[in-house]
Every structure is written in structure tokens, then in C-alpha cells.
Design a protein around this ligand. Structure first.
Ligand SMILES: [Zn+2]
Ligand SMILES: [Zn+2]
Length: 347
């Protein structure tokens, strides 16, 4: 089978591998869709790479189950959660396998990932993907989609509220989609034309270009027209850009008593002033990925709400087109970029 390996400094190779054999408690999955994520781009750009098949947003069909599997059967459609823990430590006990202390693995980093025709995965990581959901939906929920859902869940976002989403890459666009599906009024902010257009395509009520004018003024204006009328500032804010100028707008843009989730990885600049937090009586949380069980909840959410990810998918590539696929994602003038290893089409 073919698999994509990052070879450092924005280079990669499409290599031939043997189809892997599932170990005890694992399944072999035929990959139908696999997303390129911002964290793949960090690896792609860096000089040192894991030296194995990349990709951690897998979705596909179970074609073989290893000994000891209890739930999965051949033919099951699954979305695979990418973090695997020891199952023994305190953090795993809380579902936070992403920060496992003893034996943390991430697909595409410390074990072979999904930029391939097939991959093996731990049975517990395989989340059922019922038929109305597409393989693209399954790839988008595997990492970015559920990350956005988790941020809004941690913020306890409610249907009558207003939400600002900073950064309209795949996580931000997911936050727009989930926020709208929850019933919130949503404003998106970015600095790239294509991403602003995608924000509207994902049903944002309004998008603003942070390069023009005073973004905080425009967010406050949105909160007045979308909300009660004279409440200044949005109820909830999800920061996905990691950019310092966006982070500086967070507290000024929130209403008194509002809630902010910091999702985007960014620089180390000190942009938060505790006096501002006190003055706004606001809540700031860091939101990193999600507990495994929330993937199951998110499938229910997609089924119940009718929300789908197709509006944010802009490109589909075959594995042979990996160089072009990564270049496209790296340049950022796009929404979600997917590999569809068994169905070579470009969108
Ligand atoms: Zn990811
Ligand atoms: Zn653990």
C-alpha cells in the first residue's frame, strides 16, 4: 500500500509499505478519508520528523479485526480518535488520553497514521460512524470537529447566546458550524479572504476581516444587533488563531461575565492582563482536544442536529498528490483538505 512520510522542511515522500496486521485489540481500517490538520503542518514544516506515515484524522471501514476485539466487526464504518493512552494513569481515568502520563501515543506521530490506504487502530479509539454521516464527516470529527465541539461544551454555550470565533481555519470553521447548529448567533474573524468566504458558507451570521478597521468595535456592534440590544460584547468566544493581535482582542470583545476558550496554539507573548479579567468578571479556559467519550456524544450531536462538515471541505486529493495537498494546506487559502486514498477526485 502507499503511505505518506514527512521528510523534513516541507518535503515528503509517498512510499510503498506492507498492509499492516492488526495486533490484539486492534482493527485494520481501509482509509476512505483522512484530514490534513494544523498540527500535521507543524510536523511538515519542521526539520525533524517522526519518520513514519503521518496523519491523525482517519475515517474508513473495518476490514479485519484482531484477536480480542469485543465491539468491532468487519464492515463497520468508523472515525478514529487519534490519542491513545495507557488506560491506567489518573488522566486516562478521566478520559484525558491526550495527556496520558505513562504510554501516550498519537497516530501519525508515535505510531503509523492515516495518510495511507490502510492503518491499524486500537478498538477503543474507533468511534461508530452511522450511515447518514459521510466519511468526510468522520475525518472532520476525528480531531478538529470534536475539538471545536469540546470548546463550546466546556464554555457551556447556550442556544440564545452570541459567539465570536477567532481564526477560520478548520477548527474555527468547525466552531462556526457547531455554534450555529447549537442555535447561537456567530461572528467569525480572520485575515484571509478565502477563509472569510468559508465562514459565511459555514453559516456564520457575520464575518469580519481583522485587517480592516477596529475589530473590537465591530464585534461589539455585532453583539448589540445579534443580542439583546444593549449588551456590549459577545457571550462566548473561541480563539483558534494563536495570533497575538487576535488574543489581544479577546477580553475587550467579551461581555461582562462572558466566557473565552483558548484553543489555538500560538506564541508566548503576555497579552492577558489580570486586571481586565477582574474588570470583566469573565472566565478564560484552555481547551485541548477532548475526552474520548465526547466523540461518541458528538456523533449523537451530528445525527440529532443534522450538522454536516461538507461546507468547510474545499479539497480532496489522492495519496499520489500528497505534495500538492500539503502545499495547499500549508498556504492556508483553503478550508479542510482531505486525502481520499480510494477515490481520487479533486474538489
Ligand atoms: Zn488534528
Ligand atoms: Zn495514561
Amino acid at each position: 500500500m502507499k503511505g505518506v512520510v514527512f521528510t523534513g522542511n516541507r518535503t515528503l515522500e509517498v512510499r510503498e509499505f506492507d498492509v499492516p496486521v492488526p495486533a490484539r485489540g486492534e482493527a485494520l481500517i481501509r482509509i476512505e478519508a483522512s484530514g490534513i490538520c494544523g498540527s500535521d503542518l507543524h510536523v511538515y514544516r519542521s526539520a525533524s520528523t517522526p519518520g513514519q506515515i503521518g496523519g491523525h484524522e482517519p475515517c474508513g471501514t473495518v476490514v479485519e479485526v484482531g484477536e480480542g476485539c469485543m465491539r468491532l466487526q468487519v464492515g463497520d464504518r468508523v472515525s478514529v480518535h487519534h490519542h491513545q493512552g495507557c488506560g491506567v494513569c489518573d488522566r486516562c481515568a478521566r478520559g484525558e488520553t491526550v495527556s496520558c502520563r505513562l504510554a501516550h501515543h498519537c497516530y501519525g506521530v508515535s505510531r503509523p497514521g492515516s495518510f495511507a490506504e490502510y492503518m491499524t487502530a486500537n478498538e477503543a479509539n474507533c468511534i461508530p460512524l452511522p450511515e447518514p454521516l459521510s466519511f468526510a464527516d468522520g475525518a472532520c470529527m476525528a480531531c478538529v470537529g470534536t475539538t471545536a465541539y469540546a470548546a463550546l461544551r466546556r464554555l457551556e454555550a447556550r442556544a440564545h447566546e452570541t459567539l465570536a470565533v477567532f481564526g477560520l481555519g478548520p477548527v474555527g470553521l468547525s466552531a462556526v458550524l457547531v455554534g450555529r447548529a447549537m442555535g447561537l448567533r456567530v461572528l467569525g474573524m480572520d485575515v484571509i479572504d478565502e477563509r472569510l468566504a468559508l465562514g459565511l458558507r459555514c453559516d456564520a451570521d457575520e464575518v469580519i476581516d481583522a485587517r480592516q478597521g477596529d475589530p473590537v468595535e465591530r464585534i461589539l456592534a455585532f453583539s448589540r444587533t445579534a443580542g439583546v440590544g444593549w449588551v456590549e460584547g459577545v457571550d462566548c468566544l473561541v480563539e483558534t488563531s494563536g495570533a497575538t493581535p487576535a488574543r489581544e482582542c479577546m477580553i475587550p470583545a467579551i461581555r461582562r461575565g462572558g466566557r473565552i476558550a483558548i484553543v489555538g496554539v500560538g506564541g508566548e507573548e503576555k497579552v492577558i492582563n489580570p486586571t481586565q479579567i477582574h474588570g470583566k468578571a469573565c472566565t478564560l479556559i484552555g481547551s485541548v482536544v477532548f475526552p474520548l467519550g465526547w466523540s461518541w456524544d458528538f456523533v449523537h450531536f451530528l445525527l440529532a442536529s443534522g450538522m454536516r462538515f461538507e461546507a468547510m471541505v474545499t479539497h480532496r486529493f489522492a495519496l499520489e498528490q500528497a505534495a500538492e495537498a500539503l502545499r495547499t494546506a500549508d498556504e492556508g487559502h483553503c478550508g479542510k483538505v482531505l486525502f481520499t486514498p480510494h477515490e481520487a477526485t479533486s474538489a
